[in-house]
Design a protein around this ligand. Structure first.
Ligand code: MN
Length: 737
């Protein structure tokens, strides 16, 4: 172990602390506050004094860094700095909440308590994320600083994730993507959201991340030149008009470039020039809106705008507080360029979130934030049933952009993008939703399912006779509407079920069957329904036809399935079972699973079709044993963060006797003989076993799909490289399913 210079370390800690204080220059600086922050530092330093982080540095560097993020990147004040310095003390050291209360006060004690509680639910190894997410949001109603400090904590942990174990890294990264990045987005912390996403990607897709990063560096000069040329006439004109401003070119984040490349299946070259030009206005005039439109006018004097892509969040800010004027204009090179126009205040808020509002007291941001807290609280209170459903609905609401629509009186309703007239009706009032017949959008009659657009004026038509229908669920997207429709359908179902019960009782009487639980269970089993309620309901609606009762026999007044029925059911199950197992037995040798790296039984997940050499993990399913997924499988994030306790380590062992089924797709220019060349390469040169091959040709372009057995990723990569050399072939790619 290298010797540690403790004296030097002490000085480094002090320097970090002073750096944090300098970064907090906006916070109140009276003697009292200074003393409080210093005390927090002393308490934390003493409490963590014998502990080091995984990287080897003294633990206290972490709380100092978190406090610095709170001050510098989120713009929080002295109380938050104090709490950030102390954030891990109650959880990890002897210090208690009572100690904090005694030394600092009740406000600080409550925040630290909140932070400790969240840690308990969010960071536990057994993490059921959906439940936790709800709890996290519940704490929002107490003090939002808890969430902000937690975000700063997560950001610092992500920045220093390199020294963690690989499986922990993956878990933390997927949690970050699943939970913290959307939270940051919803709170309007744009810079932090992007960084969290980029850091997660760097962890889960290191190669993809690095290649985009390198490509961005290589193309930086080209972008800069373009921006200079594009901005130069605007600059001159704005200067002549006496506008103070700064122009920046903003390239997209690595994570969003990656998403585009994967989703649209395009190479970097087709997305690298996606960037926005931002004009930040520094004049200290009060009429910010007029200033923004004045700049808009200058921009569009030089470049013609695409009217469809004008976004005015200056007149109506987004619910997370975002204000900006966006336009997309045609550049002289024939490329569309997005131009974002905003004042310094708006830019601060867009980057740092609502906390920056506190700096601008006259802003309308605080009330927007209250509105948001109100929405979250409502969501939580309405919630019944499954936490995962809730999570899905809520995430939809978190991610999608918003639209705003108006009632006939001009009241504005914020709705997620894609919301229907029926969503709007439920947003107005539950009873308006339940009695909704149709709607008039901008005076035109439309069906309930009509998807609204921003700025629509919506008049809801109701009828006292109307009731929620099952199919309504397919055209609402807001959590509120879904929950209300579901609960109303449940009430309806009970009424209908009562009829079903009466029918069934009558039929039993006719067949002289005692109306007993044993008989009912037999019916449930046979018709595969889960509850009495479902059974009655299906009898009433005719989905269950009672003539089938003839297929049963009555013994001692109790219903018994006849032999034939039982047989039919079991043979059906038998078929499904045998169909699912066609993996060669030799494969079972190729993986080591779990903490002890044992050879356990497993099957390969069909969603990502891993092969030897892929980075993989095991997932313990409820009924199907251990499934092996690729680390970058599209389901991985969800599995790892929702069911972390069912995820186990897995590693391939080298074994050339094993063959994996892999798919590749080949595209190229049609040419007689090309198929022959390809199959030659596959089967002769590389001695690979092909399972299926199919080619389609259209207008001189052919697309081929080949399934073949390979040993591992190296083998497959070699093969792909060789196929790319075939004349006429333009693209060869691995296909996961
Ligand atoms: Mn921490």
């Amino acid at each position: 172990m290298p010797e540690i210079d403790l004296e030097q370390e002490k000085q480094d800690i002090l320097a970090a602390y002073k750096g944090m204080l300098r970064a907090a220059k906006h916070a109140k600086k009276d003697t009292e506050t200074k003393k409080r922050i210093k005390t927090a530092f002393d308490v934390a330093a003493e409490a963590h004094k014998d502990v080091r982080r995984k990287s080897g540095e003294p633990y206290i560097f972490h709380p100092i860094a978190v406090a610095r993020i709170c001050a510098e990147e989120i713009g929080l004040g002295a109380t938050s700095i104090v709490c950030a310095l102390l954030h891990d003390t109650v959880e990890d050291t002897e210090i208690t909440v009572e100690d904090i209360e005694r030394i600092f006060g009740s406000k600080e004690a409550r925040i630290i308590e909140g932070l400790t509680k969240i840690s308990g639910v969010v960071d536990a190894t057994v993490s059921l994320q959906a439940e936790n997410f709800k709890k996290v949001l519940l704490t929002l109603s107490e003090d939002v600083r808890v969430i902000l400090i937690k975000l700063a904590d997560r950001l610092h942990n992500m920045r220093t994730i390199g020294s963690m174990r690989r499986d922990k890294q993956l878990k933390i990264a997927s949690e970050t993507l699943f939970l913290y990045a959307p939270l940051a987005h919803r709170l309007g912390l744009h810079a932090i959201k992007s960084e969290l996403e980029d850091l997660s990607l760097k962890c889960t897709e290191p190669e993809g991340f690095e290649s985009i990063q390198n490509n961005l560096k290589k193309t930086e000069e080209v972008r800069k030149r373009f921006i200079r040329k594009f901005s130069s006439p605007i600059k001159k004109e704005l200067e002549a008009k006496g506008v103070k401003f700064e122009i920046k070119g903003r390239s997209k984040s690595i994570h969003s470039i990656w998403n585009k490349m994967v989703k649209k299946d395009v190479p970097f070259e087709e997305v690298f020039d996606l960037f926005a030009i931002r004009i930040i206005i520094d004049n200290e005039e009060l009429d910010e809106k007029a200033l923004c439109w004045q700049v808009y006018s200058v921009v569009t004097d030089f470049y013609s705008p695409n009217i469809d892509r004008l976004r005015d969040w200056v007149s109506v800010p987004k619910a997370n507080g975002y204000e900006s004027l966006h336009t997309t204009v045609m550049s002289p090179t024939g490329k569309w360029v997005e131009v974002q126009i905003r004042t310094r205040r708006m830019d601060d808020i867009a980057e740092k979130g609502f906390a920056a509002h506190w700096k601008y007291k006259e802003g309308k941001g605080e009330s927007q934030f209250d509105v948001w807290i109100g929405q979250v609280r409502e969501l939580l209170e309405n919630q019944e049933g499954n936490a995962l459903d809730f999570m899905d609905d809520f995430k939809l609401n978190l991610y999608s952009d918003e639209i705003f629509a108006f009632t006939p009186n001009g009241d504005m309703k914020n709705l997620p993008n894609g919301a229907s007239a029926l969503d709007f009706a439920f947003a107005v009032h539950t009873q308006v939703g339940e009695k909704c017949l149709g709607a008039k959008v901008n005076s035109k009659l439309v069906p309930l399912s009509h998807v609204l657009r921003s700025g629509d004026q919506v008049e809801i038509l109701t009828s006292q006779k109307q009731r929620p229908k099952e199919d309504w669920l397919s055209f609402v997207i807001t959590h509120r509407a879904k929950a209300k429709i579901k609960s109303s359908l449940k009430d309806d179902k009970r009424e209908v079920a009562a009829e079903g019960r009466a029918i069934l009782e009558k039929e039993f009487k006719r067949l002289k069957i005692a109306y007993e639980n044993i008989s009912l269970r037999q019916l449930q089993k046979y018709y595969k329904v889960l509850s009495d309620l479902d059974l009655y309901y299906k009898v009433a609606t005719g989905d269950i036809n009672l003539t089938h009762l003839k297929g049963f026999e009555v013994k001692k007044g109790v219903l018994q399935p006849k032999k034939t029925i039982r047989k039919r059911v079991t043979s059906y199950i038998g078929q499904r079972r045998s169909g699912a197992t066609d993996k060669p037995a030799s494969k079972k040798q190729a993986l080591l699973i779990g903490d002890n790296m044992e050879k356990l039984d497993y099957t390969l997940a069909v969603c990502c079709n891993p092969i030897s050499g892929d980075e993989v993990f095991g997932f313990v399913t409820i009924s199907d044993g251990i499934k092996i997924h690729k680390v970058n499988c599209s389901n991985a994030t969800q599995l790892m963060s929702n069911y972390a306790y069912r995820v186990i380590k897995a590693r391939w062992v080298d074994d050339k006797n094993i063959a994996f089924l892999a798919g590749i797709s080949i595209t190229g220019i049609d040419d007689m003989g090309i198929v022959n060349n390809i199959t030659q390469i596959i089967s002769n040169e590389l001695n690979v076993n092909m399972r299926s091959i199919s080619f389609e040709s259209d207008d001189g372009i052919f697309e081929g799909s080949v399934k073949l057995y390979v040993h591992d990723t190296v083998h497959l990569t070699d093969l792909i490289a060789n196929l790319k050399k075939v004349q006429g072939v333009t693209k060869v790619e691995r296909r996961d399913n």
